[in-house]
Design a protein around this ligand. Structure first.
Ligand code: AMP
Length: 211
């Protein structure tokens, strides 16, 4: 199945996508992760994208769409994927319709204070992108539980950047909910508990929509 995830930054999309990609035979594809890989590699694309990302702004479509098109053409994405971070605007949603057929769109929701808490403590693996949380006692430079590479606080997870990202989301991404609702593809899932102790409850909410 080809699934798109919507939801504000920090709602847990990345963590949910990781869990679902372990449970179902479809990869987790995150445009944010694809862009951060380009930055780490020091590519021309990465250099162009970096200044937008540091300001919490959206990277120009021409860059993101090209990266995504390439990733979706890889063999592991042939039968489905969990797409996280794209589309973020109506224009991107229309582009996506031209690239592939989407089966379902899950809009993840959580209470605002949970979102701020998640972002403030989020620690991301610099190699594989796995998300950890400072509330478990982990800190920057500790090894990733999945691959052993150091974990770090994303530059855009600092408070001032978080506000800019939430603002971008309100302005540009929220209209997508209406777009997919009209297409009859939208599913809403609200989940507040940390996934570490609520995996089964979370999967029970999602499972009925993935058949
Ligand atoms: P994320 O990892 O999804 O929180 O994305 C981190 C940053 O990457 C965003 O704040 C944007 O600067 C950039 N980005 C990710 N996906 C997109 C997209 N679909 N369109 C434009 N910029 C994006």
């Amino acid at each position: 199945m080809r699934i798109v995830f919507l939801g504000s930054p920090g709602v847990g999309k990345g963590v949910y996508a990781q869990l679902l990609a372990e449970t179902y035979p479809w990869p987790h594809i995150s445009t944010g992760h694809l862009l951060r890989e380009e930055i780490q590699e020091g590519s021309i694309i990465g250099k162009k994208a970096e200044s937008f990302m540091l300001q919490g702004k959206l990277v120009p479509d021409i860059i993101v769409i090209e990266l995504l098109r390439k990733r979706l053409a890889e063999s592991d994405a042939k039968n489905g994927f969990f797409l996280d971070g794209f589309p973020r605007t109506l224009e991107q949603a229309r582009e996506l319709d031209g690239i592939t057929k989407i089966d379902k769109v899950i809009n993840f929701e959580a209470d605002e204070e949970k979102i701020v808490h998640r972002l403030a403590g989020r620690l991301t693996c610099e190699e594989c992108g796995k998300i950890h949380h400072a509330s478990t006692g982990l800190k920057e430079d500790d090894p990733c539980e999945a691959c052993g590479s150091p974990i770090y606080r994303r530059e855009d997870d600092h408070e001032s950047k978080v506000r800019a990202r939430l603002h971008e989301y309100e302005n540009k991404t929220k209209p997508l909910i209406e777009y997919y609702l009209k297409m009859g593809k939208l599913v809403r899932i609200k989940h507040n508990e940390p996934i570490a102790n609520s995996k089964e409850a979370f999967l029970a909410k999602v499972r009925p929509h993935l058949i």
